[in-house]
Design a binder for this molecule. Structure first.
Ligand code: GDP
Length: 297
């Protein structure tokens, strides 16, 4: 299960606070130290941990006694609130175009889960929001990637726009948008090429697509299992493309939590969705507060 170690450690740390009718500075110091260690062990970015611990310390030392909560409970509430804020606070929704179709460009490294997530997102938009999506195959370098998207589309009964491997991705994307307009489709989800590592060619191509199609959203798909690597990848993609949101995949795995807890603070981009399994209905809107509750119990 995701966050297991972190959840165990944080829960046992804050449990010690529950019954406290008085919270001394020493109590706060001890708690802060344990929280710090728990986060570092979960592979959370060093600077993010430092800022986080500073905040909970400041707020906890000054914690007011409230009628309904003991000071100990108050401190727990502070940790929970700050944990949710660390992951973005409020849920971040898709920015919808004034006039359809809303164009969403999916980017990320190969293997992160881009193609699967494109399918999942289309499925979610249709099922939950009753929208008509179009999937677009722009990874022209890997015929297998095009086949994979077509298979996903078939499984879901969602149209896939593909033009083989001969055309330029940017032209395929433009034609797909024109096609979606003609067909009165609401969303165009562009599955772009990924590589095993970030390289200049890939970034050049993605920049060209972005410039030409001017998407409403650019979602970076990252594998939560890769911890701080995911955060570094996110930083680089964001510097070049100025992404609008992040999708964390494989949160059903036993990820320690480093990516989920660092990526927002490091990139300042919202986590919009979480992949919770391989199946095409296993994508959830990312709710920072619920995630914080899941971690803290
Ligand atoms: P792409 O190369 O980025 O397009 O990645 P794919 O969409 O092909 O996904 C790579 C692998 O990760 C596949 O085996 C997917 O089934 C798997 N995958 C994608 N998202 C998730 C997820 O949320 N949970 C799990 N467990 N597996 C996932």
């Amino acid at each position: 299960m995701a966050f297991e170690g972190l959840a165990d450690r944080l829960q046992s740390t804050i449990k010690k606070m529950t019954g406290k009718g008085k919270v001394s500075e020493q109590d706060v110091k001890e708690m802060a130290r344990e929280v710090r260690l728990a986060l570092l062990e979960a592979d959370v970015n060093f600077k993010v941990v430092k800022d986080f611990v500073k905040k909970i310390k400041e707020r906890s030392v000054g914690a007011e006694v409230m009628d309904s909560l003991t000071p100990g409970q108050q401190v727990i509430k502070i940790v929970k609130e700050e944990l949710a804020l660390l992951m973005g606070g409020e849920q971040s929704k898709i920015k919808v175009a004034d006039r359809p179709p809303t164009v969403i460009m999916m980017v990320g490294l190969q293997g992160a889960g881009k193609t699967t997530t494109s399918g999942k997102l289309a499925n979610l938009l249709r099922k939950k929001h009753n929208r008509k999506p179009l999937l677009v195959a722009c990874d022209v370098y890997r015929p297998a990637a095009i086949d994979q998207l077509e298979t996903v589309g078939k499984q879901l009964g969602i149209p896939v726009f593909s033009q083989g491997t001969e055309k330029k991705p940017v032209d395929i994307a433009k034609e797909a948008i024109a096609h979606a307009k003609e067909e009165h489709l609401d969303y165009v989800i562009v599955d772009t090429a990924g590589r095993l590592h970030i390289d200049e060619n890939l970034m050049g191509e993605l920049t060209e697509i972005k410039t030409e199609i001017n998407p409403d959203e650019i979602f970076l798909v990252v594998d939560a299992m890769t911890g701080q690597d995911a955060v570094n990848v996110a930083e680089t993609f964001d510097q070049t493309l100025d992404v609008t949101g992040v999708v964390l995949t494989k949160l059903d795995g036993d990820t320690r939590g480093g990516a989920a807890l660092s990526i927002r603070a490091v990139t300042d981009k919202p986590i919009k969705f979480a992949g919770m399994g391989e199946k095409l209905d296993e994508l959830e809107a990312f709710h920072p507060e619920r995630m914080a509750s899941r971690i803290l119990g």
